[in-house]
Design a protein around this ligand. Structure first.
Ligand SMILES: *Cc1c(COP(=O)(O)O)cnc(C)c1O
Length: 406
């Protein structure tokens, strides 16, 4: 496998990262073992000093983590090359959750006095991490409208303590997009590192490394796992030495490690990523068209609709428009609650990226802890409904929405 480069994305989804099991099990078994044994004191010494490859302790590494990490790195780097025309070397580190991976990213790169620049409209947990956990450590976030490129460049020029540009595109739950090529270009021109939350797009729809990003981040809980069976997060970096050094150190000492069973579930889930994303995106386009034409709906935010303000950016940097959308009912909060309560097949739940269609109300759920004024600045109004379109037969999704809107 390692000698023969695979030509198709789906083949990489299925095969990358897999190693033949010594007992010939088809799938890598779940290595439910906290520690690993040595033949001799000599071997233990070689393992600890890094002279010999091998597993030591499951907070650090495990065959199940490694399979998922290599698969994800291969997908984020699919078809990309370094300046010498060689396959882009990437290293991924799996974490207990998306938030765990983000904590590693920030703590490995920022110290007291440093700043992060980011934009309005971020995942609620990321927003809280930046506003509540980092400031007491002396790390400040500058939150601005990064669709304004000149303003962003001016802020960066004026403040040499900004060390990292953090982007989330499309953003959760407003689907706002920012221009990866332009912004990463600005980051590079001023010596900033750049990191992109690629959770909504997945590497099938968008590859931030193609635009020069230094890090890509995923909540694997969503589309990568795809079945809602496990929480997880991954940080992928192109500075392999940095990944093996400071990033790995923070990962180990934070204790934000994944576990073998969740990593096993993730590995199986990723195998169908391309097939699922094609169906997710196709269904989402139909659902968006239906909602857009419905008299009870005031507005639909979907990147595949030409009237979305970020339609052009999304079309440029994404293969399809994704599976997530939000919409506003004409009669606001009360209509929203009534609609959600009437759903029969679609599920009332937060999270996204599962085979089932999940519908939630951000103002009362995911973004509840964010003050109303801040929320509204992010485009999250009281009557906004978020839909993660599943892979069911689209007729059944449309029928359920139709009867709930009646
Ligand atoms: C879910 C999510 C996260 C956080 O990931 P967890 O796995 O829940 O810790 C971060 N960013 C985005 C865009 C998300 O959707």
């Amino acid at each position: 496998m390692k000698q023969t480069p695979l030509s198709g994305f789906s083949s990489v989804c299925v095969h990358a990262g897999h190693e033949q099991d010594p007992l010939y099990a088809h799938l890598t078994p779940v290595y439910a073992s906290s520690t690993y044994v040595y033949d001799s004191a000599e071997q233990g010494m070689r393992r600890f000093s890094g002279q010999e490859e091998g597993y030591i302790y499951s907070r650090w590494d495990s065959p199940n983590f490694r399979e998922a990490e290599e698969k994800i790195a291969a997908l984020e780097g699919f078809g990309l090359t370094d300046p010498y025309g060689q396959p882009l070397p990437l290293k991924a580190k799996l974490h207990a959750s998306g938030m765990g991976a983000l904590s590693t990213l920030f703590l490995a790169h920022l110290k007291a006095g440093d700043k992060v620049i980011t934009h309005y409209s971020l995942y609620g947990g990321t927003e809280e991490l930046l506003r509540k956990i980092l400031p007491p450590l002396g790390i400040e976030a500058i939150i601005t409208d990064m669709r304004d490129l000149n303003k962003t460049a001016d802020i960066i020029k004026a403040d040499p303590s900004i060390k990292l540009m953090y982007l989330e595109t499309p953003a959760n739950p407003t689907l706002r997009c920012v221009d990866l090529e332009a912004l990463i270009g600005i980051a590079k021109a001023h010596g900033l590192l750049s990191a992109v939350d690629n959770t909504f797009a997945t590497p099938y729809l968008q590859q931030p490394f193609a635009f020069g990003a230094d890090y890509v981040f995923h909540s694997t809980t969503k589309f990568l796992n795809g079945h809602g069976t496990a929480i997880g997060g991954v940080l992928i970096g192109k500075d392999v030495e940095m990944m093996k050094g400071p990033v790995e150190k923070v990962h180990r000492l934070l204790g934000a490690n994944s576990n073998p069973f969740d990593a096993f579930l993730l590995t199986q889930g990723i195998k169908t990523l391309e097939v699922r994303m094609e169906r997710h995106c196709h269904n989402a386009m139909e659902v968006a068209g239906f909602l857009d034409a419905h008299p009870a709906v005031a507005q639909v935010n979907y990147l595949g609709l030409t009237h979305h303000p970020d339609f052009a950016i999304a079309a440029r940097q994404m293969k399809h428009a994704g599976a997530t959308m939000s919409f506003e009912l004409k009669d606001g909060l009360e209509a929203g609650k009534r609609f959600i309560d009437r759903l029969q097949m679609c599920l009332r739940a937060v999270s996204l990226g599962t085979c089932d269609t999940l519908i939630c109300h951000p103002a009362s759920m995911t973004h509840y802890s964010i003050p109303k004024e801040t929320r509204e600045q992010y485009g999250i109004t009281d009557g906004l409904i978020r839909v993660s379109v599943g892979i069911e037969a689209v007729t059944d999704i449309l029928n359920d929405l139709e009867q709930a809107l009646r």
